[in-house]
Design a protein. Sequence first.
Length: 382
Amino acid sequence: MKKKIVTAFFAGLCACALFNGCGKKEEEPKEPPKVEAEIAPPKEDTIVEDTKTDTQTDTDDIDTHEGEARSFLTGEWIDEALAKKRPVSCMIGNTQSALPQYGIGQADIIYEAPVEGGLTRLMGIFGDYEGIDKLGSVRSSRLYYAYYSMEFDAIYLHYGQASYAESFLKSGQIDDLNGLDYAVDQAVIYRDTSLKAPHNAYATGKGLTAGIELKKYQTEYAADFTGSYQFAEEEEPVSLSGSSCQDAGAVQIGYQANTPYFEYNSQDGLYYRYQYGGRHVDGNDNTQLAVKNILIQHTSVHTLDDYGYLEVATTGEGTGQYITDGKAIDVTWKRADNFSPTHYYDENGNEIVLNQGKTWVCVVDKDHLDRLHFYADASQMQ
């Protein structure tokens, strides 16, 4: 915030300065001690320097964040009313024939996990969804994705589901918008007639709002909701260290069909996403997807039937990595049940703190960690 200095000059008189203090929104402001200093009238061509000591505060430099609150999804200061709103999560197809995806660049958190046939599917979690013009393509649910959505108290959008998820989705334990429900389909979903099913079902922000109103879902977080992640202060970002710390200028996740990787850009501190041999972009504006944080969660993955449907363990504990600002550390994760958040811990047993910004969570099979690779930079990738 720019300093505001008001100086008044009167002939033969001394100037006096008066500073008023204001505190951050969460704290009651304390009246700062008045500082009275006699200042001699400046001579011609004399530069008047700031006379504040280190213990004095120019209160115009303090950002009070009035009308704002921290996002549970990114840790950033956002509009207070928006910060109270429950997010929407959306199942998004990730086959090559489903590209480009639309609206995904507006997700605050993206989950990626394996599905049948060596493919992955994505689930975006959107705190600010009302202005999205086109979102999707909207695809079917897998049970483990519904469980991940619950971690963020998100309203869950999908179009159909694997049979293993059906009973849970109808149990009333999760607020979902299922395109197979005719009323939801009419309120939320539209078809892009230039595309073939099943990659032609899309949602809009207005449609999502209409669907939530139709289902009469609660639109705000419960008063005791605390979120899943801890975030660093913007002026004190996380700098990873420790015995497990390694360079992570590029990260290959190891999914086989889409062969994704992330490349770190030191200029803006973000990881840019690639898959299927090219940039991973949002079709709404052709912007490449980029995030501040990557969480890799190693877990058990088992095949359930001849169709290749999977069971992915979402609770219990396991290992993983946290990646930010060109570095990676080993972590452990724990989740008590599917109604609780996942907690991640460093090698000393302390819960990790994320840098503010977007996060990509990659769920990988713990039996195939040989496919996961970290490099100092992308030029070293195999």
